[in-house]
Design a protein around this ligand. Structure first.
Ligand SMILES: C[S@@+](CC[C@H](N)C(=O)[O-])C[C@H]1O[C@@H](n2cnc3c(N)ncnc32)[C@H](O)[C@@H]1O
Length: 226
């Protein structure tokens, strides 16, 4: 199975230290299966809200070569998600990472917020890769008190995505338009920045005054050394 550029990037950002990885909103489960293949110490949980998706995926995994003590499939709403207690079997011990990828920015932010609300005493890391509304997501996770671990930009099927690795344990500020991910020596990054600036200029021209601040943040990035 060949992973898309986007999923390949996410896989590469997952360090070996994680023992429990949740592929939330897993759909086809490609990312979780790639984690099972490449991170032999990790246990992988697949979570999706659609029963037909999780039933099919479970059948597929049962027929796979992956040992059954390394994975579990859960059908449920991530907004109701409560981490397993340490006296249950799979999914209790070690550092935890929740991956939320491929859903809109608003929903991603709601999901992260709900997970933190429902698990107030847990240290949790998230790897998120929202579709659109990146500024809103970044401002939102900043307000939720999450700190940055790592961030990156990827182009996949003609569209740019940001992958943002954040943690309740990190003190590093999540910048509203991203910081360390930008490498303006790369033509792709310049293109992505131009797209953001054009988008917010169009919005401003339509009379949306609130975008002035956002636009100024993106414009500031142009001053970075290329
Ligand atoms: C476009 S797929 C993303 C698949 C994969 N994560 C990726 O990045 O390619 C979005 C998935 O999110 C699931 N989903 C949407 N809302 C959810 C929720 N509240 N809880 C769990 N899964 C949800 C949908 O059922 C769908 O399978």
């Amino acid at each position: 199975m060949k992973l898309s550029n986007r999923l390949q990037l996410l896989l590469g950002m997952i360090a070996d230290q994680y023992e429990q990885i949740w592929d939330c909103c897993c759909d086809h489960g490609y990312l979780g299966q790639a984690i099972l293949n490449t991170r032999p110490k990790a246990q992988v949980h697949f979570l999706d809200v659609v029963p037909s998706i999780t039933t099919q995926l479970e059948q597929k995994l049962r027929q796979s070569e992956f040992s059954q003590d390394r994975w579990a499939v859960h059908c449920g709403d991530i907004q109701q998600f409560v981490l397993p207690k340490s006296d249950s079997c799979l999914g209790a011990q070690g550092r935890k990472l929740l991956v939320i990828a491929g859903v809109g920015g608003d929903l991603t932010l709601d999901m992260v917020s709900a997970v933190l609300h429902n698990n107030p005493d847990s240290d949790i890391d998230f790897l998120i890769c929202p579709v659109r509304q990146l500024y809103k997501v970044r401002s939102g996770v900043q307000k939720l008190g999450l700190g940055l671990v790592n961030e990156a930009i990827v182009k996949d099927s003609g569209r740019y995505y940001e992958a943002i690795h954040i943690s309740t344990l990190s003190q590093k500020e999540v910048h509203v338009v991203g910081e360390s991910m930008w490498d303006l020596t790369q033509e792709g990054h310049q293109e992505y920045l131009r797209q953001n600036i054009s988008h917010y200029k169009r919005m401003q021209a339509q009379g949306s005054e609130s975008v002035r601040k956002i636009l100024a943040e993106y414009m500031k990035l142009q001053e970075l050394p290329a």
